[in-house]
Ligand binder design. Structure first.
Ligand code: ATP
Length: 514
């Protein structure tokens, strides 16, 4: 992960926000290549949802329209949605280190013995060490060694036995050493912590002017459900899609852009008849997995995981539950981390907004106006920022054989630059030809014209930013108008006529798109 983060900074994908002031925890800026990559993923999602939505179970395309709602809405909307009352994580503070942890992200290494003896630190009994759930095994071993935890708690080969992790239930806090603490008993009881960022609207800062930055894009869709129905020709079943920023005052922003305080979501609310919820849930499960594969994530690194019953929100308990599409990020490997959640929200949100606002949000069947119901909702909610991270992690390929030592194996449709035009030398004859080709290609593709430095260094740079094709202009080009094409992954080279470059790129990128 360290190498990925440093490549992202070095090549202009992602920078720490306010870096010259020492940064600000949980906020990131996208550089020239990062914004292109993010836009490519965003545009593909929008195209697959709104412009060319998938073919439904009945063989015709499903209906989806888009919205772009305000980040700040009437605060009553967040009361109705349950975010003001309930959008909080149970947090534990550490009195010694002043660090704060999400209680549900902590796991415990329990020191059990058969003979009833116990382990001590500074004369105090210790029954468990707390770790963040994504702490790698080497780090766990290093920490236990530092505390000189006796071999009888660790298996004879020095490895940690699998089963000694527990939820920590029943172990008093006085006998637990916090994830970064040096002695037991410094963790506090879990307390609820609201994740919404507050602000004030208008000149007066008082209780009455409090508003919230949206913690999800979904509610902006529910708030416009009636407007969309009244103003467009959509009929149940149909979807409303939205892409945009969401803000959560996460307690432990970490793992680069995986968990940040400002991020982007791509959410679809799919409205259907309650009796069809299962059909549509299965449909979206399959579609969403297909999507992530089509942008280049490999099946081996993707999995679907049903939520355990204790993870389910109140509305999900009543319905078909929630499943996550998870990706094997380097910091979760060999485990997986959430990329997208697909939830059956039942009629929870529309019913709540109907009750709190007084607006009628029932759907009336246009063919039978005695048939009125509040639609059920299937919600595929994906992280755009997490998707970008997954694309970068998937693409990062070490290759000692090439000068850069690595390349980014982006799916061509996602690559920030589709091609680079490289005059072999800065000679007078090569540069004008390169410029001519560049001006032609850039009409259809994001393309780089790179003139300076030796050709090896320029190939290395394009490898590091994941450009699938480089076209080199040399003396032969002057004579016969052919250029060398170099393919990123194989480094294989062939010559084609300059006039064919555009159709070559169209063909290659079209063929690699699923
Ligand atoms: P988590 O359990 O990781 O906190 P969540 O289940 O609360 O996430 P949802 O509310 O389902 O997440 O949000 C949908 C998607 O938004 C997630 O799958 C994830 O991709 C993205 N997301 C949520 N929180 C963050 C965050 N703090 N930083 C980046 N992306 C996020």
């Amino acid at each position: 992960m360290k190498d990925i983060v440093s490549l992202c900074k070095r090549r202009g994908f992602i920078f720490a926000a306010s870096e010259i002031y020492g940064g600000i925890n949980g906020f990131w800026d996208y550089g020239p290549l990062g914004v292109e990559l993010k836009n490519n993923l965003r545009d593909r999602w929008w195209k697959d949802m709104v412009i060319t939505p998938p073919i439904g179970p009945d063989g015709s395309p499903v209906e989806i329209v888009g919205v772009d709602s305000a980040i700040i809405q009437n605060p009553k909307a967040w009361v109705a949605s349950g975010h003001v009352g309930g959008f909080s994580d149970p947090m534990m503070d550490d009195r010694e280190t002043k660090l704060r942890y999400r209680a549900d992200h902590i796991k415990y290494f329990v020191l059990e013995t058969v003979d009833g003896s116990y382990f001590t630190v500074e004369g105090k009994k210790v029954r468990a060490f707390a770790f963040m759930q994504d702490t790698p095994p080497e780090e766990i071993e290093r920490r236990l060694k530092k505390f000189k935890v006796d071999k009888k708690y660790i298996s004879s080969d020095g490895k940690l036995p699998e089963l000694v992790f527990s939820s920590g239930d029943g172990i008093p806090l006085e006998e637990i050493i916090g994830p970064d603490a040096s002695k037991p008993g410094t963790l506090t009881e879990p307390k609820a912590f609201n994740l919404m960022f507050q602000t004030y609207v208008g000149a007066m800062q008082s209780e009455d002017s409090i508003a919230y930055l949206r913690p999800e894009t979904a509610q902006g869709i529910f708030l416009n459900y009636k407007n969309v129905l009244d103003s467009s020709r959509v009929r149940v079943p149909f979807g409303i899609a939205q892409i945009g920023k969401a803000f959560r005052n996460e307690v432990n922003p970490r793992n680069f852009i995986f968990r940040s305080r400002e991020f982007e979501q791509m959410e679809l609310e799919w409205f259907c008849h309650p009796s069809e919820a299962k059909i549509w849930r299965d449909f979206w499960f399959a579609e969403r997995q297909r999507f992530w594969k089509s942008v280049g994530l490999s099946s081996a690194n993707l999995q679907i995981r049903d939520h355990d019953s204790d993870e389910l929100s109140h509305y999900a308990k009543a319905g078909l539950g929630t499943a996550d599409i998870e990706y094997r990020f380097p910091f979760t490997a060999p485990g997986f981390g959430e990329l997208e959640g697909i939830a059956h929200r039942c009629d929870f949100d529309l019913t709540q907004h109907q009750e709190h606002s007084g607006a009628k949000l029932e759907y009336m069947d246009p063919n039978d106006n005695t048939n009125r119901f509040i639609p059920h909702v299937i919600e595929p909610a994906a992280g755009l920022s997490r998707g970008v991270l997954a694309l970068i992690c998937e693409a990062y390929t070490v290759d000692e054989k090439r000068p850069s030592g690595l390349y980014l194996n982006f799916h061509p449709s996602m690559a920030p630059k589709k091609a680079a035009i490289l005059p072999l030398t800065a000679k007078d004859e090569h540069v004008p030809l390169a410029q001519k080709l560049y001006l032609d290609i850039r009409e259809d593709f994001a393309v780089d014209l790179d003139i300076k430095q030796n050709i090896g260094k320029r190939y290395a740079r394009q490898d590091e930013i994941g450009t699938p094709y480089c076209f080199t202009i040399d003396n032969d080009t002057v004579n016969d108008q052919t250029v060398t094409v170099r393919e990123r992954n194989t480094m294989a080279q062939e010559r084609i006529h300059m006039d064919k470059v555009k159709s070559f790129l169209h063909e290659k990128i079209r063929r690699s798109s699923v």
